[in-house]
Design a protein around this ligand. Structure first.
Ligand SMILES: Cc1cc2nc3c(=O)[nH]c(=O)nc-3n(C[C@H](O)[C@H](O)[C@H](O)COP(=O)(O)OP(=O)(O)OC[C@H]3O[C@@H](n4cnc5c(N)ncnc54)[C@H](O)[C@@H]3O)c2cc1C
Length: 340
């Protein structure tokens, strides 16, 4: 039976470590509970929020509704052929543990996504990506439930409408669809390692690796990430707070005249992607703080809880950063983090 509790402090359930309350709180351990959930009087009467690991959420107030914590576990090999294996993964599985499980089993495709916090079920929501790889490249299908009536629905990769840190789950299906599991198609044997992105190649060389394996790639990613990103267990944060903005070629050329060092990467048919971290640093925010909220000293795209910050304090800092970037560069930063 569904156990719905009241007035639960969400501090342990979000990586910013912000102390806000959920008026109602429940856990879903298996897909059979969804029918019960949609028929529950609190679900029917109040707003709801699906919560994975809380590593991409900023609570700015108490949630006056039902927080649904996803705890569905299980990793199952459902199919294999000579080149691939298909894994069905419960939405509540820890993403990094899944990556290491695959590396150990010699299943290739997600090793570059090591050490991203959170759950497998949230991975399609913003199409997680790092070091030249996005989830969309290995995701076969998303299984879940329409929360309007509890009916089961599977979405193919195409139907998920993946984009840069975007999917149908952040758009039309936001809050309306409960992801219960995902199916990944991974390589066995002939892996296609991606080692050219960013500092990955240099790190592998520094590690003395000439012929990298899945394991080496995952270890190199872990090494880079631990050296530059704050550990949420010590310093509250939600990774990149903003998306990297994509602007038109025309705007980029105009900005380049005024700021000759502005970096930019051409994105197919879309424009030029600018590193938001560079923009924020140019506005003088790196290492700055307002009250208990700060901009990380090494990675200005990451906002941090320096101890006891409220969600409102972090939001205020984010708004000031956004305002400075808009004033100096005429670029509007979009938050990557879900603000509640
Ligand atoms: C230190 C750090 C580094 C990070 N690095 C990266 C990175 O390199 N790349 C990257 O892409 N992200 C990164 N992130 C962001 C974050 O880890 C990912 O977005 C992750 O997928 C969020 O998972 P979660 O379970 O914590 O989701 P939550 O924060 O709990 O939820 C995120 C969103 O997904 C929804 N959601 C969660 N589970 C479900 C479900 N089962 N069904 C439907 N909706 C659901 C929630 O309602 C919410 O809107 C980083 C975060 C941190 C703290």
């Amino acid at each position: 039976m569904l156990n719905v509790t009241q007035n639960v402090n969400l501090a342990p359930y979000n990586t910013f470590g912000v102390s806000e309350y959920a008026h109602w709180f429940t856990r879903i351990n298996n897909p059979q509970q969804i029918k019960e959930l949609v028929n529950h009087p609190v679900f029917a009467a109040k707003p709801h929020l699906i919560l994975g690991g809380g590593s991409n959420i900023l609570f700015t107030r108490s949630f006056e509704g039902l927080v649904i914590k996803v705890d569905i576990k299980g990793i199952e090999k459902i199919r294999e052929d000579a080149n691939h294996v298909w894994l069905k993964v419960g939405a509540g599985e820890n993403w990094h543990s899944l990556v290491m499980h695959c590396v150990t089993a010699s299943y290739g495709g997600i090793e570059n996504l090591a050490l991203i916090p959170g759950t497998a079920g949230a991975a399609p929501v913003q199409n997680i990506g790092a070091y030249g790889v996005e989830l969309a490249e290995v995701l076969e299908e998303v299984q879940g439930f329409n929360l309007a009536d509890g009916t089961q629905l599977n979405l193919s990769n195409n139907e998920c409408r993946f984009g840069y840190r975007d999917s149908i789950f952040k758009q039309e299906l936001k809050g309306k669809f409960f992801i219960s599991s995902i199916t990944l198609r991974l390589t066995v044997g002939r892996h296609q390692l991606r080692t050219s992105y960013g500092t990955l190649a240099d790190t592998l060389i520094a590690m003395g690796v000439n012929q990298p394996t899945l394991y080496h790639v995952s270890q190199a990613v872990i090494r880079i990430r631990t050296s530059k990103l704050p550990d949420p267990a010590r310093t509250g944060n939600a990774g990149s707070f903003f998306k990297n903005p994509v602007i038109s070629g025309k705007q980029y050329r105009e900005l380049k005249e005024i700021h000759p060092k502005i970096p930019g990467f051409i994105v197919d048919n879309q424009g030029v992607k600018i590193p938001a971290a560079w923009l924020i640093e140019q506005c003088g925010w790196k290492g700055k703080r307002i009250g208990n909220a700060g901009v990380h000293e090494h990675q200005p795209l990451v906002l941090v809880n320096l101890g006891g910050a409220s969600g409102q304090e972090i939001l205020k800092l984010a708004e000031e950063v956004r305002h400075s970037v808009a004033e100096k560069f005429n670029i509007d930063l979009t938050p990557e983090v879900n603000i509640i």
